[in-house]
Unconditional design. Structure first.
Length: 93
């Protein structure tokens, strides 16, 4: 099986600074995490629809990056929304 590499990039926002709280994966219900990742993939990677990667492959890529601690879930206190960003810190989230 060919492995897909989708990179999660953090956008720089000039209009406000994100005040995020890291949410440990073990504190998120697996069904909720799956839905969060589905929404993230739909929102962030719609331009990849023609890149020969299925929706399911993109979801699995993000889940793998979360489990490998290469990305993390944050709750933005300003917008009161969740996002997935690259994990820049060291150690477990």
């Amino acid at each position: 099986m060919k492995q897909i590499e989708v990179t999660i990039e953090q956008e720089q926002q000039d209009d406000h600074a994100e005040e995020g709280v890291l949410v440990p994966l073990n504190r998120i219900n697996p069904e909720t995490l799956r839905k969060l990742v589905e929404e993230f993939v739909t929102r962030e990677w719609s331009e990849l629809a023609d890149a020969n990667h299925t929706f399911e492959e993109k979801i699995e890529q993000v889940l793998r990056q979360l489990k490998e601690n290469k990305a993390c879930v944050v709750f933005d206190l300003t917008t009161e929304s969740f996002n997935i960003i690259p994990h820049e810190g060291k150690g477990d989230v």
